[in-house]
Design a protein around this ligand. Structure first.
Ligand code: URA
Length: 199
């Protein structure tokens, strides 16, 4: 039996966030797990209106066992704050996860096999979180969720993931490398804010 089918069965059986986390922690078919220190499952408030999906943990996240805690995460927090959202903001929280729950060695780009294997868990995670709106940060989650890459063209265009409105945006690490892209990121944040206001 192929690993994607095994992953699908395991993911579907998880009835809660805790069960999904436990199932992931026990999933031995992804090589990334062997090189990682910690499982990075999520942060923020489960049940928030907005669910953000990043790529994979970096060094700091691997150590902390939490997504987006390093420099990239600090920028993400600032971006959210600019539209009055925040992972710990009680009145306007977000929920944050990554496509891959383990850090790839030397932060290499996720391989298509990794993304395909972990996608069933991500889809289940989305079902359990039931967000009103999904934000897709960068190419890897676009690859996993939309089956295509090309964030420069995809960003800012609302699409659907699991029957929910989803907005691809530049990943904050890309904004750190190319600050000129912040203009587009700001436009996308405003689009997200408008959607939440009208929704
Ligand atoms: N980049 C990501 O995509 N996710 C993290 O958790 C950290 C950096």
């Amino acid at each position: 039996e192929d690993v994607v089918a095994i992953a699908e069965r395991a993911a579907k059986a998880a009835e809660s966030f805790n069960e999904l986390r436990t199932t992931l922690a026990a999933f031995e078919h992804c090589d990334l797990k062997k090189g990682a220190r910690n499982l990075v499952f999520s942060d923020g408030i489960a049940g928030a209106r907005v669910m953000l999906i990043g790529e994979s943990p970096d060094r700091e996240e691997d150590v902390a066992g939490k997504p987006f805690v390093g420099r990239t995460g600090q920028l993400l927090d600032k971006m959210l704050e600019a539209i009055q959202l925040g992972r710990d903001r009680e009145e306007a929280p977000v929920y944050i996860t990554n496509v891959l729950p383990w850090r790839p060695p030397q932060n290499r780009d996720p391989k298509p096999e990794d993304l395909a294997m972990m996608k069933p868990f991500l889809m289940r995670h989305i079902e359990l979180a039931a967000p009103e709106v999904i934000v897709i940060l960068g190419n890897s989650p676009c690859q996993a969720l939309l089956g295509k890459r090309g964030i420069t063209r995809l960003r800012g265009q609302w699409t659907q993931v699991a029957g929910r409105p989803a907005l691809p945006m530049f990943h904050p690490s890309q904004l750190l490398k190319s600050p000129a892209l912040k203009r587009e990121a700001w436009a996308d944040l405003l689009s997200l804010k408008a959607r939440l206001r009208d929704g």
